[in-house]
Design a protein around this ligand. Structure first.
Ligand code: PEP
Length: 249
């Protein structure tokens, strides 16, 4: 998939079994009527990717993955490679989610290696960055994010999206103000343009953290917000599609 300018991606995290495939089928049905400049993706657990791809049918709904190992194969018990994800039907991979950075000790170089593996295999990498609450309170949000971008982004912007996900907004019901989001997204955009030129201007920059049907219209219309990475609200087709519709308004 060439990365489109607008992208709404759902991250199911460690939720979902076969019973949840009906939600994906419903998302896929609705996605058929969306404008072509908006891509919608859902990232179920790795165990569901191939069945999700079947449930999504031939329509435009993209199925993605939540993580990948940077190496192509080998003695990495429990891990999956990008070739395996592609074989299962994934077209996009989230890398560097704050839960993996915090819970699994993933560093910026780890995230960059994963992103490089993803784009080299022809899939889209969604690289996540974002500050903790303590970092924001200390006035360090922009410098933390600049460091994450510098350390995590792949060498070129083909098949790349960036997700700004303030750690304190994930799963908490709290969101930054529109001004705070605009400030960070403008800084990310400048970084991407300085790094990649025109390709950086065209790279989608998503907002993530407690996006819901009730706040999606406001969040998705902040300057330089090109879509959303959605956690909890992506688990049901009704909520996820309400967010997707807010992106087309
Ligand atoms: C996420 O974890 O990527 C996320 C944005 O979660 P939520 O929407 O539930 O805050």
């Amino acid at each position: 998939m060439d990365t489109p300018r607008k992208l709404i991606a759902g991250n199911w995290k460690m939720n979902g079994t076969a019973a949840a495939l009906a939600e994906i089928a419903a998302m896929a049905d609705a996605a058929r009527d969306l404008p072509p400049n908006l891509t919608v993706a859902v990232c179920p657990p790795a165990t569901l990717i191939d069945r999700a791809r079947v449930a999504a049918g031939e329509g435009p709904l993209i199925v993605g993955a939540q993580d990948v190992h940077a190496e192509p194969a080998g003695a990495f018990t429990g891990s999956v490679s990008v070739e395996m994800l592609a074989d299962a039907g994934a077209k996009l991979v989230i890398v560097g989610h704050s839960e993996r950075r915090a819970d699994c000790g993933e560093t910026n170089p780890d995230v960059r290696a994963k992103a490089e593996a993803v784009v080299a295999a022809g899939l889209t990498a969604v690289v996540c960055v974002g500050e903790t609450e303590a970092e924001r309170d200390a006035g360090d949000a922009l410098s933390v994010i600049a460091g994450q971008l510098d350390g995590s982004l792949p060498a070129n912007a083909t098949r790349l999206a960036v997700a700004y996900e303030p750690v304190w907004a994930i799963g908490t019901g709290r969101t930054p103000t529109a001004l705070q989001i605009a400030e960070v997204h403008a800084a990310i955009r400048s970084d991407l343009i300085a790094r990649y030129g025109d390709a950086g201007a065209a790279t989608p920059v998503l907002y993530g953290g407690s996006v819901k049907p009730s706040n999606a219209t406001e969040l998705l219309h902040v300057d330089n917000v090109d879509g959303a990475l959605v956690g909890g609200a992506s688990l049901t087709a009704a909520d996820f599609l309400a967010i997707v519709r807010a992106a087309v308004r």
